[in-house]
Design a protein around this ligand. Structure first.
Ligand SMILES: [Zn+2]
Ligand SMILES: [Zn+2]
Length: 318
């Protein structure tokens, strides 16, 4: 596993889930346990605050940061996987952008090639939102992701393309406590091919699909914490091939092939209540047991924390 100069740092890496749902927020009594906010994960590594995606979970995270820092400046980096609504809608409600002493660096790959600045600004234009992005007082730097291997302070970050409509990337962060990989939206390409579906939606060739899947496995090899799209169960997935989302069986298979230590099922389907997600976790654990794997599997849950290095039963219950 690549290590950075931060390896000697003694502060543990901490990760917290603020939004775990895919597609659209799903509040209500059926989603109280796992949560209804969309994609947002906070990583604290050494001095760095790195936020993965700006779904609606970003709103409560922003409130928590302002409460923690009080009047002190906040410096953070926001890494966007893509600009579908469930990954950017929290940004207009992110309190730190409204404080002039805060510094926020936003990085992302904007697949539609309209420019990341334009895409993020457009969702705050009238009549969608009362405050324009250019009017917010925080110091915000927006950068198109061009280099797929870069650093955020002492944290090395690698990006890799996911299989998802438009252009979408996933990230792997190499911290002193180990590595965290985040692929909230991804569909295994060879599985997509293997099932019936409209020809136009199918990938170009079996060889290409296999090569792409293998590249992803290598990219993820040895990841300590893998946060991965597992939107569907295996009964639902055949109705959704080509949509750019995975099923729990594929998430487990990928994590096992990549020799990940801990898998968090992520991007929960809006139609899945808490009981359904819990059944998916049990199913995933059975798959691991059948294959005599050592992989730990959990479903990502709003408010849950993980400390790295990961050890057995280290997942927080906050
Ligand atoms: Zn999504
Ligand atoms: Zn998406």
């Amino acid at each position: 596993m690549p290590r950075t100069a931060e390896a000697s740092h003694t502060t543990p890496t901490r990760l917290r889930f603020w939004g775990v749902r895919g597609s659209v927020p799903t509040p209500g009594p059926a989603t109280v346990h796992y949560g209804g906010n969309t994609s947002c994960v906070e990583v604290r590594a050494g001095e760095e605050i790195i936020i993965l995606d700006a779904g609606t979970g970003l709103r409560p995270l922003g409130r928590a940061l302002v409460a923690e820092f009080n009047d002190h400046p906040i410096k953070l980096t926001l890494l966007l996987t893509h600009t579908h609504w469930d990954h950017i809608q929290g940004l207009p409600h992110f309190l730190p952008i409204y404080r002039p002493h805060n510094h926020i660096r936003i990085l992302g790959y904007e697949g539609a090639r309209q420019g990341l600045v334009n895409i993020l600004s457009n969702q705050m234009e009238s009549p969608y939102f009362p405050v324009g992005f250019s009017e917010v007082p925080g110091n915000i730097g927006i950068e198109e992701l061009k280099d797929m291997d870069f650093t955020v302070g002492a944290v090395r970050v690698q990006a890799h393309f996911a299989n998802h409509p438009g252009v979408c990337v996933g990230y792997r962060l190499f911290t002193a406590g180990g590595s965290v990989a985040f692929f909230p939206d991804n569909e295994i390409q060879t599985r997509h091919r293997a099932l019936p579906g409209p020809p136009a939606k199918r990938p170009p060739s079996p060889d290409f699909s296999q090569a792409q899947d293998q590249k992803l496995i290598e990219f993820l090899r040895g990841t300590d914490v893998l946060i991965l799209d597992a939107q569907y169960d295996c009964d639902e997935y055949p109705q959704h091939t080509g949509w750019g989302h995975g099923c729990v069986d594929d998430a487990v298979a990928l994590a096992l092939q990549a020799e990940a230590r801990q898998l968090f099922l992520f991007h929960h389907d809006p139609d899945h209540d808490d009981a359904h997600i819990s059944r998916m976790v049990e199913h995933a654990r059975r798959l691991v047991t059948e294959q005599k794997g050592a992989l730990q599997v959990e479903a990502a849950r709003e408010g849950a924390t993980v400390e790295l290095p990961v050890s057995a039963r280290r997942t927080g219950r906050a």
